[in-house]
Design a protein around this ligand. Structure first.
Ligand SMILES: NC(=O)c1ccc[n+]([C@@H]2O[C@H](COP(=O)([O-])OP(=O)(O)OC[C@H]3O[C@@H](n4cnc5c(N)ncnc54)[C@H](O)[C@@H]3O)[C@@H](O)[C@H]2O)c1
Length: 448
């Protein structure tokens, strides 16, 4: 199939590259010429495991990039819209979606063949039917369902595992205004015959995506609320509590051979310094406003956000309690990205923490295996240096603050032993064993 992908960020680029890998001919469209140039040179503009190999393999044969939307849409059978849908502080901002829908509509006006327009961006329920479809009809002067198809195909990839998630999907949701649209969308994913597919309306497809993200965000804030309670009750470690909860066989089923299945799901039931990224915070907020505007109070999700926004403060509270003269302290920061496997800093819990320490004048050394450049853009160089090694970050500091679950941080206890120093360890992700440290504090642990 000939596919144009409009908006070549995380989702657009990964989708484009993976669709090319599965045999489609893909043209990635973006307004950012620098991004387009990089893609055409087979250099990924973002870090994502496995992306570079597939980009190099398909670039120039199955995968092309351009700023010319018109030519791309004219020469494709289906267009995926994958532009950003930020939260503007009061609601979802659909300006990029509107603009792209208008541009595609204008091309459809001049197209003789049937074209399907599919929204891949995360948009609140009703957007495809009530915003995208009318813009397409108006700009094209043609009729949806007759001259062109309109669909919604939410993306479930996780940053850090995006290529793997796209190439080995757990589900494919095909929301289309009619059977023809749904069937055309299904052709995109023909190479995944055994994956569960849901053919449904665009509105239901949109709601599936928000519900899935809201559930995961809720589990994290639930765990964090329990963790915060454990801290004030004293004598209880949330890690032990969650271990006991995970052993419920409805969460971790026991097989006939006695072995337990430990689903990834349980990692969302762990306390930490909060969720971030480009999706959970903005999507949950957008759904809250969408519900409230329609007279439906969204009390649970309101609390999910409120708990999450307070969570980085838990780390600051520990630091202030243990290092009363925090402005004079030297701190090693481990991890800046919002999660391991990505250089994405959007809404990372490290942001309020590093900025609060910068405001206090605390001297920081920060280490992140991938997000250093992105972080420097954000934080600048005031009171913070960016190290290239874990060892350097751990040396000659009063406290080490772990904010991202990078697997290599498991080596911290051994490295500290080697260096011969024992700074206070503040584990914002509870990924290390407290028994390995002389001075250890963490989310969900007794306040000393
Ligand atoms: N990042 C994720 O993990 C993830 C996962 C699932 C769904 N989503 C959703 O996918 C959508 C895209 O997210 P993202 O993280 O890829 O965004 P992004 O900001 O990384 O990328 C958006 C891209 O669109 C381009 N763009 C903007 N206007 C354009 C236009 N008129 N024409 C062509 N290109 C244009 C931008 O230059 C940018 O490259 C959002 O709705 C998001 O919620 C994201």
């Amino acid at each position: 199939m000939r596919v144009s992908v409009v908006g070549t960020g995380y989702v657009g680029l990964v989708s484009g590259v993976c669709l090319a890998e599965t045999g489609h001919t893909v043209t990635c469209v973006d307004i950012d010429p620098a991004k387009v140039d990089k893609i055409n040179q087979a250099i990924p503009p973002i870090y994502e495991k496995g992306l570079e190999v597939l980009l190099k393999k398909n670039s120039g044969t199955h995968l092309f990039a351009t700023t010319d939307l018109r030519t791309a849409v004219l020469n494709s059978d289906l267009s995926l819209i994958a532009v950003g849908t930020p939260f503007d502080g009061s609601a979802i901002d659909l300006k990029y979606i509107r603009e792209v829908a208008r541009q595609i509509g204008e091309v459809i006006r001049d197209k003789d063949s049937y074209h399907v327009v599919v929204v891949k961006s995360t948009v609140v329920p009703g957007t495809t039917d009530d915003v995208v479809l009318p813009i397409l009809e108006q700009a094209s002067g043609k009729k949806a369902g007759k001259d062109f198809g309109v669909g919604m195909n939410p993306e479930f990839l996780r940053e850090g595992e995006a290529v793997e998630d796209f190439m080995f999907p757990d589900r494919i949701v095909l929301g289309g205004i009619d059977a023809r649209t749904q069937d055309t969308m299904a052709l995109l994913y023909e190479v995944f015959p055994n994956v569960d597919k849901i053919k449904t309306s665009p509105k239901t497809a949109e709601m599936i995506k928000y519900t899935a993200n809201s559930l995961l965000a809720t589990m994290i804030s639930f765990s964090n609320e329990i963790g915060n309670l454990c801290s004030v009750l004293g004598g209880i470690d949330v890690v032990d509590v969650m271990k006991g909860v995970h052993l419920d066989k409805r969460l971790t089923p026991i097989l006939d051979n006695g072995q337990r299945v430990v689903p990834v799901f349980t990692t969302y039931l762990e306390a930490g310094c909060g969720f971030g990224g480009s999706c959970f915070p903005k999507d949950v907020k957008a759904l809250i406003v969408h519900g409230q505007d329609r007279g439906q109070p969204m009390q649970l999700l309101d609390s999910v956000i409120a708990i999450n926004e307070r969570q980085p403060q838990q780390v600051m509270d520990i630091l202030k309690r243990r290092l009363p003269d925090l402005g004079q302290a030297r701190i090693g920061i481990l991890g800046l990205a919002f999660k391991p496997g990505t250089d994405d800093m959007r809404e990372s819990p490290s942001i309020p923490i590093v900025q609060a320490l910068q405001a206090l004048g605390t001297t920081m050394k920060a280490y992140d295996p991938i997000a250093k450049t992105e972080a420097r853009h954000l934080f600048g160089d005031q009171h913070i240096t960016y190290t290239d090694s874990l060892e350097d970050t751990l040396t000659d500091v009063d406290a080490v603050v772990l904010l991202t679950r990078w697997p290599e941080f498991k080596g911290v206890p051994a490295l500290l032993k080697q260096i011969g120093q024992s700074p206070l360890m503040v584990d914002g992700r509870r990924m290390l064993d407290k028994a390995d440290f002389e001075h250890y504090e963490g989310i969900g642990l007794q306040v000393a």
